[in-house]
Design a protein around this ligand. Structure first.
Ligand SMILES: *Cc1c(COP(=O)(O)O)cnc(C)c1O
Length: 393
């Protein structure tokens, strides 16, 4: 019997029922514009401000350091472009990594066209930034370091605290794309020396189209959207009140349930990783064995085409991904898998499974049984595999 299993929680998540419930009245009854003066709308101004408090608290930040945006991509764009503009007089060098999300990489490329120089750091075989290389890349004109908190494809967690300390020591701004990490990992902006941090609602069981950028007090940063006085005049536009309510509710839910959720997910993730590595030959785990997001598993199967694998899994009701949603549809292998040193042909046979707390070991049994069968069938059709087996004999 076919199940339906959604194992692509790094692409987006199901909105939690309590989050929807919190949002609903803000579509139907409390639709006032928070900037209006009458009492009817005053509650909305207050409700938005409460969400800012909730989110600030989850990060050890102050409420007036949280700026709502229309999601993670906007927060990433804002952090890089506005820092470049505000600090461009001081220097024109930016450091980031080869494994960032395209919201960072493509913004960095845009800034290169505007006359900034960008260093894209290599990572080690697990996807971690090498701290020595980071130190060596720093120049007198470096104004910004942007390194993601955790990677969306291979789940590796970066040494953010150490990076923050290095940035601080050199008086350089530190931005982190925490879209995957926020809600899954405890984050304290002071302990990690973070000056700016991006997060997004729909990656933590909140709504799509809402996120925020944390900007430390004292950081010079330009307005991203010009217009009204919303978000301390830095990001104009009538507040997405239902979205903001949803973002706050999702952030609170994530913080309240994190401990148990992480424990459950880690156990199921490890069960998945162990079974796949043990039962499917010529398979590797991408990313770090332990320093990885609790919900992420990423494998490469030799002699397999990732796209075929995804289609056959889909036939079994399993939603998975071959890497980043942005690269699927193109034939280029994922930039992240290439950056950790995988050859093209192995990177092509990759599979990302990202679970949530509802996924059980029984679900994983269903996945592994089907995966074993599909991988075997695909390999039996592969001339490369045939050659390989002949040579083994
Ligand atoms: C999803 C994601 C983004 C983009 O967030 P949106 O809210 O979808 O714009 C940015 N960075 C990372 C690491 C992500 O996983």
């Amino acid at each position: 019997m076919n199940k339906f299993l959604y194992l692509d929680n790094a692409a987006t998540t199901k909105i939690a029922p309590e989050v929807v419930e919190a949002m609903l009245p803000y579509f139907t009854e409390h639709y006032g514009n928070p900037s209006s003066v009458y009492t009817f709308a005053a509650g909305n101004k207050e409700a938005v401000s409460v969400q800012r408090d909730i989110i600030a608290e989850t990060l050890g930040a102050k409420s007036n350091e949280i700026y709502f945006t229309a999601g993670g991509s906007e927060a990433d764009n804002w952090a890089l472009k506005a820092a470049a503009e505000a600090y461009g007089e001081k220097g024109r060098h930016i450091i980031t990594t080869k494994i960032e999300h395209h919201a960072i990489l493509h913004t960095a490329e845009y800034l290169e066209k505007k006359g900034f120089e960008v260093t894209y750091l290599d990572v080690d075989e697990y996807g971690k930034v090498k701290l020595e290389e980071l130190k060596n890349a720093i120049r007198p004109d470096t104004i910004l370091i942007s390194v993601m908190f955790a990677n969306n494809e291979i789940g590796v967690i970066e040494p953010v605290k150490e990076i923050g300390a290095i940035a601080k020591e050199h008086g350089i701004l530190f931005h982190t794309d925490a879209v995957q990490a926020y809600g899954q990992l405890p984050i304290n902006v002071d302990e990690c020396g973070i000056d700016m941090l991006s997060a997004s609602g729909h990656k933590l069981n909140g709504p799509k189209g809402i996120g925020f950028l944390y900007i430390r007090k004292g950081v010079k940063i330009r307005s991203f959207i010009h217009g009204g006085a919303q978000e301390r005049k830095r990001r104009a536009g009538t507040e997405n009140v239902p979205g903001i309510i949803g973002m706050g509710a999702a952030a609170k839910r994530a913080a309240d349930t994190r401990e148990l959720r992480v424990k459950t997910e880690t156990e199921v993730r490890d069960y998945l990783i162990e079974r796949v590595l043990k039962e499917i030959p010529y398979t590797r785990l991408n990313g770090h064995r332990t320093d990885r997001l609790p919900n992420n598993a990423n494998f490469s199967f030799r002699f397999i085409e990732g796209e075929s694998l995804l289609i056959m899994l889909d036939n079994k009701g399993i939603c998975a991904s071959s890497g980043s949603a942005c690269t699927s549809g193109s034939l280029d292998p994922s930039h992240v898998l290439l950056a950790i040193g995988l050859p093209h042909e192995i990177a092509h046979g990759s599979l990302r499974l990202t679970i949530n707390e509802e996924i059980t070991k029984e679900d994983i049994d269903y996945v592994v049984e089907n995966l074993k069968d599909i991988v075997e069938r695909l390999r039996n059709m592969s001339p490369l595999y045939e050659d390989f087996i002949k040579k083994q004999k």
